[in-house]
Ligand binder design. Sequence first.
Ligand SMILES: O=P(O)(O)OP(=O)(O)OP(=O)(O)OC[C@H]1O[C@@H](n2cnc3c(O)ncnc32)[C@H](O)[C@@H]1O
Ligand SMILES: [Mg+2]
Length: 197
Amino acid sequence: MKELIVATKNPGKVSEFRQMFSKYDISVKSLLDIDRSIDIEETGSTFEENAVIKAEAMAEHFEVPVVADDSGLEVDALNGEPGVYSARYAGIEKDDGKNTEKLLKQLYGVPEEKRTARFVCAVAVARPGENTFVRRGTCEGTIATEPQGTNGFGYDPVFIPEGSSRTMADHSSEEKNAISHRHHAIKQIEEWLKTQS
Ligand SMILES: O=P(O)(O)OP(=O)(O)OP(=O)(O)OC[C@H]1O[C@@H](n2cnc3c(O)ncnc32)[C@H](O)[C@@H]1O
Ligand SMILES: [Mg+2]
């Protein structure tokens, strides 16, 4: 089994990458396993830019291929916010509970048909001496009026994927990994993943 570094410190992402990469016979090593003190500043203005920044910084550092994920939630009634600021929407300390609370406050009184949103995920692959590539996946849905469910992470308790009546946090990890923005982004790097296993 081949091992790949995924340049993230988000434990929720790590477990989803683990599950989804196991299908390609690839095991995942994250920054939580390697060095929790590594901090890469996300200075880009798009998910793609930030994913490339994270992947290239770590590929240069470790001199091996590195995968990175930059993701977030775009809410139409908030002109695409929180977008690339999703992790720090309610402050720099990255508190999922506070972020969702702030989101629900911003959307207070907005009717259901105007609560449309999407999860976006950009996955970048950086390799020493080769061109970096980045692919995007999305998952359309709406924002609930109150949190529901305990699975997943981030905004999952308030995001209802299109075609479902339950929040993402009320989906099993297998169900989420079949429809998520991360799944769709990873699908697009599948050909490269197959050459890695
Ligand atoms: O940068 P790394 O270390 O990968 O971890 P992070 O949590 O800071 O990740 P991002 O910078 O990509 O910010 C993404 C935020 O968007 C939200 N998010 C992304 N994917 C999500 C998902 O699958 N379910 C729920 N929320 C998600 C969640 O709040 C994340 O913290
Ligand atoms: Mg981040």
